[in-house]
Design a protein around this ligand. Sequence first.
Ligand code: ADP
Ligand code: MG
Length: 193
Amino acid sequence: MVRLVITGTPGVGKTTVAMELSKTYNAPVVDINEIIRPVLKWDPELQTNFVINEVKARELISENLGGVGSYIIDTIAINLIDKSLIDWCIVLRLDPRQVMNRLLRRNWPRCKIIENVLAEVVGSSLSLAIDVFGRDRVIEVDTTNKGIHEVVNHIVNRLTVGLPIIGIVDWLDKLDTDLVLSLSKELDECLTQ
Ligand code: ADP
Ligand code: MG
């Protein structure tokens, strides 16, 4: 039995990795958005879904997943998943400059892109994963310059070893200070619009 959640900033490769792991473990990819559809609302301005009733969302997820054997969940909204439903939370990381490049290919508002790139810079998804599942259930993976099969093999090996790993990247240390400052300035402008 394998019960995984794959998380990380948009563009890091969650969906791609989840599909591959699904083949490897012969486990279905569960679409959380489908499960919580009744409590999702689309915000056309921010171009994002938001949850209108978190308690109900958690209930729906637990009802749908309780009793199912293996599954792979691909989501950013890990705060909606009960800890008891997950064996391992895989947090994919990617150099923020590459996150930026991938998100620029999506037709997203500039502010949404900047917000997500900065989220990757500071490691929001990792912090949330540790908060929700605890340090002993989190496996952080740096996908930078790794092909999809390399990423998947790495995850499979880690899962076989069965040990958590966090704290493997420090983008703030790696990035040019000027770049981080200009992104922060842009975010400030977004927030005051
Ligand atoms: P997410 O689900 O996290 O938003 P996706 O799986 O949709 O990310 O991947 C975003 C883009 O990056 C896609 O075009 C995908 O083909 C590409 N991609 C994903 N993983 C890799 C990788 N390891 N190397 C190169 N490109 C990748
Ligand atoms: Mg995706």
